[in-house]
Design a protein around this ligand. Sequence first.
Ligand code: COA
Length: 488
Amino acid sequence: MRPLGTAVDPHHPRFVNAASRLAGQVEQLHELAALARLGGPEEARAKHVQRGKLLPRQRVESVLDLGTPFLELSPLAAHGMYGGEVPGAGCITGIGTVRGRLVTIIANDATVNGGTYHPVSVTKSLRAQEIAERNRLPCLFMVDSGGAFLPLQSEMFADREHGGRMFYNQARMSSKGIPQIALVMGSCTAGGAYVPAMSDEVVIVREQGTIFLAGPPLVLAATGERVSAEELGGGDVHARVSGVADHLAEDDSHALELARGIVENLPPAGRPLWERKKPVEPAHSPSELHGILGEAAPDPREVLARLLDASLLEPLETAGAPEVAAGFARLVGHPVAVAAAFGALGTAGARLVARLVELAGERRLPVVFLAAAGEAGEAGRVEAMAALMDRVARLSSPLVSVIAGPTAGAAHVALSARSLGARFVFAWPTAAISATGMGVGPENGPIDPLHATARIFDDGLVDPATTREVLGLALEATRRSDYRGRNP
Ligand code: COA
C-alpha cells in the first residue's frame, strides 16, 4: 500500500473560502434534517404523547442497543413536496443494531397525517425493503398508520412498484428466511393491516394497536352497527381470537422489549463475506474535504487521502486517466476496491474502473465509488462506457456509491450505479445530476441534490466530513449478505 500525499495548503485563502462555502451548505442540510426529524405539527405530537405513545424516533432509539449508531435512510424524503407538510415522507427507515444483530427498521410517523402513505412514503419503504432483502437484514416494522393518503391513492396503488409491492417483498423475504417482525403500535387500517398480517411474528399493544380493513365509522355507515376500535380489531381480538398477533404488549416500551427478545432468538446471521480489521483514521483530516470539493477540479487522490484508512491505497495504473484514482484499500476496516472519478470520464478512465470492478468481483471484495464525473467526447468511449456498465451490472459483490459532485449521462449511470444495482447510494451536497452527455450546468437543467434526495434517487445526503462513518456502516450492513448470483 502506498501513502496518498497531499499538495493542499489548508491555510490558503482560496481553500479557506471554499471550505466555508461548503460548510454553509452542510449547515443548511443539518437544519433541514433537524426540522424533518421533528415529524408532524406540535399539536399532532402532543396528541400522540397524550395517548401514552412514544414518538416514532423514541421508539427507534429504545429498540436499538444503547450507544449504537442508526444509519438513517432518506431523512429528507418528500422535502419540498406535498406543500412541505409530509416531513420524512411520514416514516423513518434505517439500519441499526438490536441485541447485536443488524436489522432494517421501517416505522410510521403517526404525527404526520395519521402516518398515512404518500407516494414517496411508498418509494421510501420499498427502498428500505430492497436494502433489507439484498443484504439479508431482518425487517422490524413499527406500524402506526391510516394506510393510503386517500387524495393521492391514484399515484401509489395500482402499479407494480406501488403499495402492494410491500406485501410481495415481505412474502419473498419470509420465504428466503429473512425475518419479518411487526409491532402494531397504533392504527393498521386497510392496506396497512397486511403489513402485520404478512409478517412472521407480530406484537400488538393492548388498547392502542388496531388492525382492521375498515374502521368503526365505515362499519357504522355500511351496517349501522356501532363498534369500538378495540372491539373491532384491538389487541385482544388479534392476540386471542384472529391469531394475527403472537404477543400482546402492555405499552410501547413493553412491545419494544418484546421485539428485542424476538430478534435475539432469530437464527444467526450469515457468515461475514470478508474480514474486517481495526479501522485506522486517515492521515489527512476528512474535514478538509469541504475545501477540496470547493476547487473547480478536485483531485481524486486528495479526496481518497481523506477517506481511506491511514490514507493508504494500492493503486491501479492510471496513465491516461488523470480524472480517476482507483485501487485497493481499507475503509473503516473493510477491504475495498475503490474508485474516485472527478472530471470528464474518458475512455482510459472507464476501462480502468471496469478493470477494478472485474478484479473486485473475482476477489469478492466490496466496491466503493466516489463519482463527480461527466462525459468526455472521445473515440471508443461508448464501447468503454458500455463495458463499464456491463461489469457493474454483473458485479455480485456489494457496491456502495457516493455522488460526490456533478455527474452526467452514462458516467452517472455507471458510477452512481443507482439503476445498476448499488446496495447503497449516498450523495454530497455538491452533487448534481444531468442526463446530458457533455457536461453539467444550469443550462442543461441538472437535478439538484435536494430534489433528488426528496424523491429517493439516493439513500440520503451526507456531510463529506462524516462520510467515512456512513460508508463504514453501509459496508457492515452488506457484509453478511449471501454471495450468490448477480444484482437483480
Ligand atoms: N387519507 C387522508 N388523510 C388522512 C387519512 C387517510 N387515509 N387518515 C388520516 N388522515 C388525516 C386526517 O384527515 C387528519 O388530517 P387533519 O390533521 O388535516 O385534520 C390527519 O390525517 C390526522 O388524522 P386524525 O384522525 O385527526 O388522527 P388520529 O390520530 O385521531 O387518527 C387514524 C388517525 C389514521 C386512526 C384515523 O385518521 C383514521 O382512521 N383514518 C382513516 C383511515 C382509513 O380509512 N384509511 C383507508 C386507507 S386505504
